[in-house]
Ligand binder design. Sequence first.
Ligand SMILES: *Cc1c(COP(=O)(O)O)cnc(C)c1O
Length: 440
Amino acid sequence: MDARRALPSVDSVLAALEGLPHALAVEVARAAVEEARATAAGGTAVDPEAVFADARRRAAELAGRLLQPVVNATGVLIHTNLGRVPLGPGTLAAVNRAAGGYSNLEYRLDEGRRGSRQDHAGALLARACGAEGALVVNNNAAAVLLVLGALARGREVVVSRGELVEIGGGFRVPEVMNESGARLVEVGTTNRTRLADYRRAMSPDVALVLKVHASNYRMVGFVESTPVADLATLGAPVVVDIGSGLLDETTPWLPRCPTWLRDEPGARQCLAAGAALVTFSGDKLLGGPQAGVIAGRADLLTTVARHPMARAVRADKMTLAALQEVALTYLSGDATELPLWRMATVPVEVLAERAAALATLIPGAKVVDTEAVAGGGSLPGLSIPSAGVALDVPDPDAALAALRTDGVVARVEDGAVVCDLRTVDPADDERLAAALRRCL
Ligand SMILES: *Cc1c(COP(=O)(O)O)cnc(C)c1O
């Protein structure tokens, strides 16, 4: 008998698939049946059950690639691959309000005429870091590119050789400079750049002095960099790409300043020291949505805002709504309700208690001390004491893969699967326990 006769029909396979829109399910069912038909045509018998199983596997693979929530058990607070930082209920409600209907995005309600989308979030962020003004764009890479293109195209920008960094995802300072049309003038050496090095490079052709926070690596030993206050004496406007968006080094929105933040530059301090502009991300230490912020001198911001590229990298209303809410939270003086700061500051004892409760639900699980990190290119080398559960399994990589199919991202340490609870929402503890039990 022809082996193809025993194959299930596309319709019967389709009927067994759940959860996908019809058109996608049809594609999956067809692909599974066609592959089986090809196998059968070669004379190999095909078990109809195997065709159903193959279709379900294909459907699961397709569903697994859709954007969906995951449990971040890596202990990396700002995890770029996992969407950087979560937004809290207050921020999400603001997005809902602004995006679920019309809004005064670019409209002055009091005057009944066109307004600017920089009037709300941008204005509040400026206030929060002591700047004359602020512009919000799509991300910090766009912020840097726009500032260079608008203020230094065809002219020179002086940068220390120690700050010609690659931030990740292809953001390399020399290449961004090149794209912007500005000419890079390197000064100093990899490990030491003094004010005199900058001074020698100054000429009427210099449009800006750029300082870039070496976010994702740390130099120790015989190193020297020039403080913003000294750079501000050079004459050209100083732009500081602080990267992660710590608004104020003294963290007045927290009960006390975390020690692991000690080397992170604050927007307020850079501006107070004489920076003309600072640029930073919205979704790193600011704890908001993906965005880039340019804060500082009003006259420079006017020039930047008029550049054609500003239109191409502008932020959308959902981002602006979220950012406005985040800015209001900072201005309220208490940012502990932002998930980033809540996760960053929860006492390690609280995490250890949660870990102990979790461990009782999972055979063989142990409570372990862990080290969480800020991540996202912030604060390399500085860790945050944390706690989690560890599971000794014969094949840790297979266990990690099994956890991923349950939407849990964990890590392997000393041959054990480790889940760090600092980055796990307590509401997800049950889900985490269930996933860990299943991977045993
Ligand atoms: C992260 C970072 C960037 C890029 O910011 P995005 O918001 O990811 O575009 C640029 N510069 C520095 C110093 C950074 O740390």
